[in-house]
Design a protein around this ligand. Sequence first.
Ligand code: DI6
Ligand code: FE
Length: 398
Amino acid sequence: MTDKSLWRGARLATLDGAQPWGWVEQGALITEGEHIVWVGPESELPAGLTPAAEHDLRGAVLTPGLIDCHTHLVYGGQRAREFELRLQGASYEEIARAGGGIRSTVAATREADADQLLRLAQRRLDALTAEGVTTVEVKSGYGLDLESEARCLRTARALQGAQVRTSYLGAHALPPEFQGRQDDYVEAVCAWMPQLQREGLVDAVDAFCEGIGFTPAQTRRVFEAARALGLPVKLHAEQLSDQGGTQLACEFGALSCDHLEYLSPEGVQALAASGTVATLLPGAYYFLRETKLPPVAALRAAAVPIALSTDHNPGTSPTLSLLLMLNMACTLFRLTPEEALRGVTQHAARALGLADRGRLAPGLRADFCVWDVEHPNELSYYFGRNPLLQRVWGGKVT
Ligand code: DI6
Ligand code: FE
């Protein structure tokens, strides 16, 4: 007896190989421990297989586990009042400049103790995993002092039920104690980095390069500190204006540039040349009632891999549904349903620098979802419906 498990009677969207969707109509998949060891047509299953468990999926669709590659899951409080103010005409920038916005979440996060932060973040993660998320990236950026940033990153690492990758986003906003001393704060963000890394809290370094965030020159300093420590970078780039942050991030071989509504043709070329993933965040676009669309056709023409994510955060994207982002990416950004699914699997894995997931292939992690649909294009079609039947994470049905 082995600890192999067999999944048969599946319609497989492997996202592997040259077929659209990596499609296998009458498919089977074998797992052993935490990994996939075989994928293919059921008619070609290896002979003499004696699996410890067998699951007949009766024609249900099986896809890779979903990956939410850009979230700010750890924070205190919420910003529904700010939403009301924006509905009355205040802009996101005006609220931020008046000391609301990110800063109000920083205050609430600093006030919350570790237990509270974990309870809140765990509930948010539970909502994501209930829709099939098996890997999630979580950023700091609401602590903005060494101890609070560390607390948020430790909280992220303590989350249960999905694999967590953490990004250090100290350069998210200017904390009140550094008012008028933006460059000094950037120094501090760089100085805290080795300590956070030593504690094993940092998989990547992120920054918010924006008029209301940090300048390209300041972002460069953060990236240089990351490079000196061997840490990969990613960037909140061209969300509200074109700062050329994308070209800068690509100079540093960034894993991903995220948002990109104001991305220029030069930015598109830089992404293509460096193999950096373009992560689109339709939740923030929608919630800010943004009208400038990211240049999807140009990204596609340049063969830039496109990822999609919730950008879950209390200010600009309080969604906890990655499936809803598939629908919005198609309706708002004109992605195809196949591009949308690849955006939350294959390309999201790449945006996190993870080569061991995001497709169904031998040797990759056994993270996958079984859906009550006939075709994977339905994952983009429905909105507000969760057709998840089963989530398998590291070979275990969870
Ligand atoms: N861009 C965003 O959309 C979020 N952070 C960022 O850099 C917003 C964060 C917030 O408003 O709390
Ligand atoms: Fe974000």
